[in-house]
Design a protein around this ligand. Sequence first.
Ligand code: HEC
Length: 137
Amino acid sequence: MTTHSHRPLGRLAATVAFSLFAVSGALADSAGVTFSSGNNFTEKTGEELYANVCAACHMSEGQGAVGAGHYPALAKNANLESSGYPIYVLLNGLKGMPPVGKMMDDDQIAAVVNYVRTNFGNDYKDAVTAADVAGTR
Ligand code: HEC
C-alpha cells in the first residue's frame, strides 16, 4: 500500500481510452462515405454524389478495386450503354452493392447516372431524366 499505487493504473486507463478513440476515428475514415442528414443524401450534382457515395467502392476515377471484395470498374464500362441498367442497379442493388439509390430522389439518381455515363471514358450522350428514374422505381 503506497500512496502512488493509483498512478500506473491511471496512465493505463488514459492509454486505453486514447486507443479506442484512435480506432473509431480510423474506422470512420476508412468507410469514406459522407452520410448526409437523416437517411438521405443531400448532394445534388452527379459529381458530388459520385465523390461522396460511389467513389468509396468504385474509386475516384471509376477504376474499381479488387481486394477484400470485387468492385467493378465503371470507367469504360460497356454495361453503362443501356441507360436503364445503372438506374436499376442503384434502385435495387446488385449482390455486393447496396441499393444506394433508395437514399436519393429521382433527380439525384438521374444526375449521378448521367455523370458516370459521360465521365471516366464513357461517352453515352442519351441523358436520363428524373421521369426515367420514376418509371423504374
Ligand atoms: C458499398 C460499395 C458500393 C457503393 C457505395 C456503390 N457500389 Fe456500385 N457496385 C458495387 C459492387 C460490389 C458491384 C458489383 C456487384 C456484383 O456484380 O457482384 C457494383 C456494381 C455496380 C454497377 C454494375 C457494373 C457492371 O458492370 O455490371 C454499376 C452501374 C454501379 N455499381 C454503379 C454505382 C454508382 C453509380 C454508385 C454511386 C451512386 C455505386 N455504384 C455505389 C459496390 C458499390
